[in-house]
Design a protein around this ligand. Structure first.
Ligand code: PLP
Length: 608
């Protein structure tokens, strides 16, 4: 149990979770309900005794609430582990009758922006059953709507069509009634799956009044637990169980039901049936929230571009890119300020770009730099206020302050370039090592208030602002006068040739009493750090000041220095630089600052 305890020991009070399209936290009311179910409705719903009957009642109540919400019959709802299972069940149900090459020459159509569970399920069952159909994406337009011409041209030879109610990355929703008219005008019989995962709680879904054949849902997208969901199946649609067993769900889905999870799902359905008793905001309020967030984002990032049509997308999803920032930079900036966002689908973490935005034909920089900020309908005015306060904080840090204000030695790319300058605040003088444009621009960004005197170094040797510069055959030697530590700077950066790589430490090895923590993240990310560093953390050093720091800091006698950054690359470089100028000890760590701080806080306040 210790791993659970340590995970629970921090309640992450400063976290603003803006990744609701990936998943949502379980609402306290649902946690309580589930805990009650575990205590009182622990029976197996298939048992004939009263404990079993009580559990069975939970399933029936949820089914009835779902039937009311979807305007369908209770037995059209089958409980499952989530949407992925629902999608696989639907695909298997349709394809099993085409097994053994009977689908040759036919299409399995899906919209190009579909969650990958859909095309993957189509490919998987097509191959496994040897259907031999062609899995084909229906293109979408710039606004994410499917190409109806393409659909009309291919639906005649299709075995199945899969579309989505609302897209998980962009929030773009579909006019299902209009699409239904198109599909049914051409093929009254074609099995039609609509992925309704992101629609639940956000768009009306009267499934029983449509000709949709299959509609999968997942409870965790609307404050329920993970691992439970449902599949709506139209009466008369082909059906084959994905798993068989003890006859549960009238033999349609074997396996003892997740009673507590289904109870939570039932409560969610009940809230959606009567929003007045629910914790959910009405859609007008949510649209208002979205606009307020967009305004705050635009104020922090004036070059922000939206990647979705606002009038055809959910109130709870904002997808944007910012010229000049990659999505990983933006995620890191938001993360530092305690705002959790994603670069698109949670399932595509690590992918360099968004296939959804690519399918919509957006420019590469938008697709590569996309950020999805999503919230759920239980988002409150207080949540909004906190979020906007953080966004204002980011804005002030990024656009306002002059982060390079102090006098110091600046080497912006110490490992790859010889560009460098020294600034002296007291005399308002800057010494440029060369007159190259990047050095001049760098000095200007350090002192935008301008009346600094800039000289270009043209001597053999010179002392300036606590440093000695000395020309050598292979560049320049820069020595800190106070410590006598020095570096050799060449056109290709600092020479650290014979210095061994520093030890890479894990966060779990940290001991806040015996170590000093030095944050070497990118400047914009470190600036956005919202919460104060737990006390033993020494400071943040931007890349341009790494050399200044290792030359002038006084590590000897102080606790063991640990440099950290998310990838570990920068941290390793600075630690190596520190060792190369004579530090006795310097370690690197590849951990996100939030993780480091969280660990340090927990060490200071251990769990009972
Ligand atoms: N479909 C969509 C649109 C989704 O957003 C998701 C979840 O990310 C899924 C399907 C799969 O849901 P689950 O992982 O809960 O099975």
């Amino acid at each position: 149990m210790s791993f659970l305890l340590s995970a629970h020991s921090s309640h992450y009070p400063h976290e603003i979770f803006m990744d609701a399209n990936a998943t949502t936290p379980v609402l306290p009311a649902l946690q309580e309900l589930m805990s009650k179910v575990y205590q009182t409705h622990y029976g197996n719903p298939s048992s004939p005794h009263y404990a079993g009957i009580r559990a069975k009642r939970v399933l029936n109540d949820t089914r009835n609430a779902g039937a009311h919400l979807f305007a369908c019959e209770p037995d059209q709802i089958i409980f499952m582990s989530g949407a992925t299972e629902g999608i696989n069940t639907a695909v298997l149900s349709v394809l099993q009758s085409y097994a053994g090459g009977k689908g040759k020459g036919c299409y399995l159509l899906y919209s190009a922006t579909e969650h990958k569970a859909v095309p993957e399920a189509l490919r998987h069952w097509n191959t496994l059953l040897q259907v031999e159909a062609e899995v084909m994406a229906i293109p979408v337009d710039r606004e994410g709507q499917i190409d109806l011409e393409f659909l009309r041209a291919h639906v005649g030879d299709a075995l199945m069509i899969c579309t989505m109610g609302a897209n998980n990355e962009t929030g773009v929703y579909c006019d299902l009634a209009a699409l239904e008219r198109e599909i049914r005008a051409l093929r009254s019989d074609i099995p039609w799956l609509v992925d309704c995962v992101q629609m639940l709680g956000k768009r009306p879904i009267a499934l029983g009044k449509t000709t949709i054949d299959y509609a999968p849902f997942s409870a965790h997208k609307l404050y329920g637990p993970k691992g439970v969901g449902a599949l709506y199946v139209r009466t008369g649609a082909p059906f084959t169980p994905l798993q068989t067993g003890g006859g549960q769900e009238r033999g349609l889905r074997g396996g003892t039901e997740n009673v507590a999870g289904i109870a939570a799902l039932g409560q969610i359905f009940t809230w959606l049936n009567d929003r007045a008793i629910s914790p959910f905001q009405d859609s007008e309020t949510l649209y208002g929230y979205r606009q307020t967030i967009i305004d705050a984002l635009q104020s922090a990032f004036p070059k922000l571009t939206l990647n979705q049509p606002l009038d055809r997308s959910l109130a709870t999803t904002i997808n944007f890119s910012v010229a000049g920032y990659s999505s990983s930079e933006l995620i890191a900036i938001f993360d530092a300020a305690g705002i959790r966002v994603s670069a698109g689908s949670a399932c595509s973490t690590g992918g360099a770009r968004s296939f959804v935005l690519d399918a919509m034909g957006l420019p590469t920089w938008q697709s590569e730099g996309a950020i999805r900020m999503s919230f759920g309908p239980a988002f409150s005015q207080a949540d909004l206020d906190t979020l906007c306060e953080r966004l204002t904080f980011i804005r002030d840090k990024i656009t306002g302050a002059n982060p390079w204000g102090q006098g110091a030695l600046y080497i912006p790319d110490p490992m790859t370039s010889g560009s460098a300058w020294i600034m002296c605040r007291t005399t308002q003088q800057a010494l440029a090592l060369t007159d190259s444009p990047d050095v001049m621009q760098g000095i200007e960004s350090c002192c935008p208030e301008t009346d600094w005197q800039i000289q270009v170094w043209n001597k053999e040797s010179q002392d300036f602002a606590g440093f000695r510069l000395h020309r050598e055959a292979n560049g320049v030697r820069i020595t800190a006068l106070a410590t006598e530590r020095s570096i050799q700077l060449t056109d290709a950066g600092i020479v650290v040739a014979h210095t061994p790589s520093p030890k890479l430490m894990a966060v779990s090895e940290f001991n806040c009493e015996q170590m000093t923590f030095i944050d070497v993240r990118e400047q914009s990310e470190a600036l956005a750090q919202y919460h104060e560093y737990p006390s033993p953390c020494l400071q943040t050093i931007p890349r341009a000041l790494w050399c200044d720091y290792v030359l002038r800091a006084e590590p000897e006698g102080s606790p063991r220095p640990i440099f950290f950054c998310r990838s570990g690359n920068r941290a390793t470089e600075v630690a190596r630089l520190a060792l190369s100028v004579g530090w006795q000890d310097a370690c690197a760590c590849n951990a996100a600052a939030s993780e480091v701080f969280d660990w340090l806080r927990r060490q200071k306040t251990p769990v009972e």
